[in-house]
Every structure is written in C-alpha cells, then in structure tokens.
Ligand binder design. Structure first.
Ligand SMILES: [Zn+2]
Length: 118
C-alpha cells in the first residue's frame, strides 16, 4: 500500500516536470519565432506592398506575439508539484531562472518530495 503511494507521488512529480518541459519548449520556440519572423519579413521583396500582403503580414505578426505571450504566461504560471503554488513567482516578483520553488524550496527536476535546497 505504501509502495503504491510512493510510486504515485513519483509519477505525479515526473508528469509535472514533463509538463514543465513542454511549456518551456513551447516558450523557447515562441521566443525564437520573433527574430525568425522579422528576418523572413525583411527578406520579402519590397514590391509586396499591397493591402492584402500588409494585412497578412500584420496578422502573422499578431499570431507570433500572441504565441509568445501565451507561452511565457503558461511557463511562468506553472505550479510546483509539491505545494501547488506558482513555482517561479512570489509576491509579484518573478524569477524564471529559479532553481527551487519560491514557496516550498523544492529543487528543480526533483522527483523526491523531500528534496529541498540547503
Ligand atoms: Zn513548491
């Protein structure tokens, strides 16, 4: 019974960290999308100045920025698998490079609920 409970905790932590990895990959792809879009836009021939092309370019730019905003919001609002608080935010301050939970101190990538930084 206790063994099953420990395995359940490990799986939930592993699932939570996998979710964090997915959110981080999406955020990195979105951040990389901004300069990619700007480079692609600057490589377009200048004769593409019709209203239609301007609307398409602006629409794509809005999608790139929306993707960036959503991905960064999802990454920063990711919750700690132990205390269920926002892992990177505390008291309206945000540290995206935090190596431990800003509420309970759970180390990054820890699968053990007792793993706390010294
Ligand atoms: Zn925590």
């Amino acid at each position: 019974m206790a063994r099953k409970c420990v395995v359940g905790v490990l799986n939930s932590y592993e699932d939570a960290w996998n979710d964090y990895r997915r959110r981080r990959r999406f955020a990195l792809a979105s951040v990389a999308g901004v300069p990619t879009y700007v480079l692609a836009f600057s490589a377009l021939p200048s004769h593409l100045g019709s209203w239609f092309s301007i609307i398409v370019i602006m629409g794509l730019w809005i999608l790139v920025l929306l993707s960036l905003g959503v991905s960064l919001w999802r990454l920063s609002s990711w919750r700690c698998p132990r205390c269920k608080q926002e892992y990177f935010m505390r008291n309206r301050t945000h540290n995206p490079f935090a190596r431990q939970c800003r509420h309970c101190g759970l180390r990054k990538w820890a699968l053990d609920p007792e793993s706390v930084s010294a």
